[in-house]
Write a protein of this length. Structure first.
Ligand code: GLU
Length: 478
């Protein structure tokens, strides 16, 4: 199919989870339909846009596994792909609209605009521009320009029937022209606004589908009117509902992490994170949830996009991430873990094959890559710690003490005993079983109440370490 989708971030900050989802949906549609994805950088806001932000957004998109067919870093026939490099195109188009009388110069000062706005609001009316400059004569306009009066260019929303948006996600949405109001397309500093730049670029870049967050829905009738005025065919629009936090409010900083970079740092696997984000607003026909990228590309289509907001559930993300971790090969798991481990450990001093065996054990239980650094403490002599709860519980249970004393003795007599024999002897000598036996054994071996299987942990502990740990717990609870 010859569709052309686009993702058009403003480089004014980090890549927010909601925007990442928009990027992913466009990418999946482009790949599903063997079509094109265009990355366009919308940096018309000179004050807030930074090259650092652009770089970070691109890095996060790549981390998610996305790629694009045209964009500032890969080129293409419709470039440049940064709006700051397309000024002359916007000027040409602004002139076209002025010539067609579809736009006009407005000399109203910010104070005047504020006053009319307040007046309208006090009358309970929609605040919109009152059209004062719509019919200025060319002579008057020239005079004001000669006086160097600052002005903006407004698009003229002519009276007419409602503007109809045939939205891929939401169905038909109608907008009355009266409520739209003549909006600014060129600022007094001579730069285009988002509305103009977006319409010109979507047309010149031959975009066929605009899929974006529904915070842009109110821009759509304006963009359709501009397309009509230029004589451009409007692309198809689809507006994705918001991503909400667990409290059903728009996902934001208040909910903790909300940018892709933060999730990366917290130890989520990119393919798991992508899978999780896709399910925020789309579902597979078979209701399956774990879908690798290949499957997602195959199954994804606009028909199953949801029109109601979705909720970002961190528990579900953790569960899904754990599932992805279990599916990794040990080598891949090790590769992904390295940067996290390096923060805490001098990896060059750790035996690699031992470390891989430990990782193999932890891979069966951790939810996030960062959980490994914590759980690794169980296996390291100098990082071993006993949790307070473990001490409290052991101190008040005589059976636990009995197990520990027997354990210490068994290890003293036979320092090389294996886990199965240890278990048997301990059972024989204490006549205890189940929790009474395994809890103190776990507490002594790991210092924690929960963790990986003991049979797997024991062979990976340094020699004589278990005996030292048993004695330490006995000492701290006596
Ligand atoms: N630059 C806009 C944003 O980051 C996107 C606008 C659009 O998709 O039309 O929200």
């Amino acid at each position: 199919m010859n569709y052309r989708f686009r993702y058009a971030p403003s480089p004014t900050g980090v890549l927010h989870v909601g925007n990442a989802r928009t990027a992913i949906f466009n990418w999946l549609l482009a790949r599903h339909y063997s079509s094109k994805l265009i990355l366009r950088i919308e940096d018309t806001d000179k004050e807030r846009s930074t090259p650092e932000s652009e770089k970070a957004i691109i890095e996060d998109l790549k981390w998610l596994g996305l790629d694009w067919d045209e964009g500032p870093d890969v080129g293409g026939d419709c470039g440049p792909y940064r709006q700051s490099q397309r000024s002359s195109l916007y000027e040409e188009h602004q002139k076209l609209l002025l010539e067609k009388k579809a736009a006009y110069e407005c000399f109203c000062t910010p104070d005047e605009l504020k006053k009319t706005r307040e007046e309208l609001l006090s009358l309970g009316k929609m605040p919109k521009y009152n059209g004062k400059c719509l019919n200025l004569s060319p002579k008057h306009i020239q005079e004001l320009k000669d006086q160097k009066k600052p002005f903006v260019i407004r698009f003229y929303v002519k009276p007419g029937p409602p503007v109809v948006v045939d939205d891929i996600v939401r169905g038909t949405v109608k907008f009355e022209r009266e409520v739209i109001g003549d909006f600014v397309i060129f600022r007094s500093d001579g730069g285009p606004t988002y509305q103009l730049a977006c319409v010109v670029d979507d047309s010149l870049m031959k975009i066929t589908h605009v899929i974006r967050g529904d915070d842009h829905l109110s821009n759509t009738p304006k963009q359709i009117l501009m397309n009509d005025a230029f004589g451009f065919t409007s692309p198809k629009f689809g507006h994705l509902p918001m991503v909400l936090g667990a409290d059903r409010k728009k996902l934001s900083k208040r909910h903790g992490a909300c940018s892709v970079g933060e999730y990366k740092q917290q130890g989520y696997v990119s393919s798991a994170f992508l899978n999780f984000l896709v399910l925020l607003g789309w579902s597979c026909e078979t209701s399956e949830e774990i879908l690798n990228t290949e499957r997602l590309i195959k199954e994804f289509s606009e028909d199953r996009l949801s029109s109601s907001p979705s909720i970002f559930e961190t528990n579900k993300l953790d569960w899904m991430n754990g599932q992805y971790i279990r599916q990794l090969s040990l080598e891949e798991f090790y590769r992904l873990e390295r940067p996290f481990l390096e923060k805490d450990l001098a990896l060059s001093q750790v035996d690699e094959s031992w470390l891989k065996q430990v990782l193999k054990v932890l891979q069966t239980s951790v939810a996030k890559l960062t959980d490994v650094t914590d759980q690794l403490q169980i296996f390291l002599k100098d990082k071993f710690l006993i949790e307070d709860d473990v001490i409290k519980e052991t101190a008040k249970d005589l059976d636990f003490k009995k197990v520990l004393i027997a354990l210490s003795k068994i290890l003293e007599d036979n320092p090389d005993i294996d886990f199965d024999d240890l278990k048997k002897q301990l059972q024989n000598e204490t006549s205890l079983k189940g929790k009474k036996l395994f809890h103190p054994l776990r507490y002594a071996m790991t210092g924690r109440k929960n963790g990986p299987e003991l049979a797997l942990v024991m062979p990976l502990l340094p020699k004589n370490e278990l005996k030292l740990r048993v004695d330490k717990l006995l000492k701290e609870t006596s």
